[in-house]
Design a protein around this ligand. Structure first.
Ligand code: HEC
Length: 108
């Protein structure tokens, strides 16, 4: 009886952790990938124009990643950012969006 309860508890915790990891992504890694990959085209004066977490609200970022507004550029992006890395970038941008508790320009 005891053993069964433990097993059930363990499975519940493992499932919960997995769900959180999937939905969340890593903010720290996202910041790194954003600077390394997105900033190549998204600084002031670059061809994509300046983009920072502050460019959009949390809701706008969620919508942006759902639909995606890059045209041909998006196809190029997927060649060097995996879906997990894109989730990380999304997590970083959403967590520091204009209306987030910790807005961040990511200037540096
Ligand atoms: C190869 C160059 C390039 C890279 C790399 C790039 N972008 Fe872009 N991006 C553009 C260009 C050009 C535009 C404007 C035309 C368009 O929307 O397709 C743009 C537009 C955008 C816009 C729309 C701006 C607005 O005000 O709505 C967002 C948001 C954006 N990019 C986010 C990103 C993110 C996030 C990444 C990294 C995952 C990224 N871009 C990487 C070239 C790039």
């Amino acid at each position: 009886m005891r053993g069964k309860t433990w097993t059930a508890t363990f499975i519940a915790i493992a499932a919960f952790t997995a769900a959180v990891a999937l939905a969340g992504g890593s903010e720290t890694k996202g910041k790194f990938f954003f600077k390394k990959n997105c900033k190549t085209c998204h600084t002031k004066g670059a061809k994509g124009g300046e983009v920072t977490p502050l460019t959009k609200t949390q809701e706008q970022w969620q919508r942006y990643f759902k639909t995606g507004t890059h045209n041909k550029e998006t196809e190029k992006l997927s060649t060097f950012l995996t879906p997990e890395q894109m989730t990380d970038v999304q997590t970083f941008l959403v967590n520091h969006a204009a209306d987030s508790p910790q807005p961040e320009t990511c200037g540096g």
